[in-house]
Design a protein. Structure first.
Length: 289
């Protein structure tokens, strides 16, 4: 801890913001040119509901289905005998291949229902997600402007956009499938990152009376160190259970857990370096009387 408290965070603001800018632009480039591996919630596909006399393990069923579909399917149980299988391929041939593979493996299996999820639902989900995220950011901007000041509001919102874009870039780079739970993860990341940022900005506001004596650089640096133990404790206590979800949560929770893992790491970084760096650089270039 002493190493961290002695570290001059604010002196590294420019290299840190340059790294963030490179990662931000790189993430946008990945999303634009490589795209995202969208799941059935966004692209549409087949949903097959089956039942067994003696229901096998979900992981075992996933292996059978994965042998005949190109992308990983979502497998979940819904009763003591039933399993729901969701695949990204919406053709009748693909559905028949899945059913045939299961019938070849399990003699006691029967199909109790199937449906197609069209891509229109995916467009609606994307639009609703963008509207929800934009509304949340606008509300945050307005609230912090009244609660603190306009500069604090702007430097609070910019890291949130930064964190969300970097999470998208990570999923584009790793080609992990994005399901509807990714939206929940992004909104959770926004709230988590904002909480870390507000803790630091609130301490800056408390120390603001010493601006004339210390100057903006030393004042912000002192505020970071005064809140550092809280930032570290909050990050670690959140990171440990999320890491456990990544390891043992399984494919169903993988989208949410990995998005949260990336968001916690990036959100802590952006709160300590990006938000504070922006407020310092803005003040140095245009101080208020």
């Amino acid at each position: 801890m002493k190493i961290l408290t002695d570290f001059n965070f604010i002196a590294w603001r420019k290299p840190a913001m340059l790294v963030s800018l490179v990662l931000f632009v790189g993430s946008l480039g990945l999303v634009a040119f490589r795209g995202l591996n969208l799941g059935i919630d966004f692209t549409g596909g087949n949903v097959v509901t089956v039942e067994f006399e003696n229901r096998p393990d979900v992981g075992e069923v996933r292996q059978v289905v994965s042998s005949v579909v190109a992308k990983e399917a979502m497998i979940q149980d819904f009763s003591d005998k039933g399993i729901i299988i969701r695949t990204n391929e919406d053709t009748d041939e693909s559905r028949k291949q899945v059913v045939d593979a299961l019938e070849a493996r399990y003699a006691d299996m029967r199909v109790v229902g199937f449906e197609k999820v069209g891509p229109v639902v995916g467009r609606e989900l994307r639009n609703q997600a963008l509207i929800g995220l934009t509304a949340a950011l606008a509300a945050i901007l307005i609230y912090i402007t009244f609660r603190f000041q306009f500069r604090f509001a702007v430097v609070s919102v910019i890291p949130l956009v930064h964190d969300a874009v970097l999470a998208l870039g990570f999923f584009s780079l790793t080609w992990m499938e994005i399901s509807s739970s990714f939206i929940a993860a992004i909104l959770t990341i926004v709230g988590y990152s904002l909480n870390n940022t507000i803790i630091i900005l609130d301490r800056i506001r408390e120390n603001w009376k010493d601006l004339g004596k210390k100057g903006i650089v030393d004042l912000v640096g002192l505020s970071i160190k005064q809140t550092l133990s809280r930032t570290i404790n909050t990050t670690l206590t959140t990171l440990f259970p999320v890491f456990a979800l990544c390891v043992w949560g399984g494919p169903v929770l993988s989208t949410f857990s990995y998005a949260m893992l990336v968001g916690i790491v990036v959100g802590t970084y952006s709160s300590v370096f990006v938000a504070t760096g922006l407020i310092v650089e803005w003040w140095l270039r245009k101080p208020e009387k």
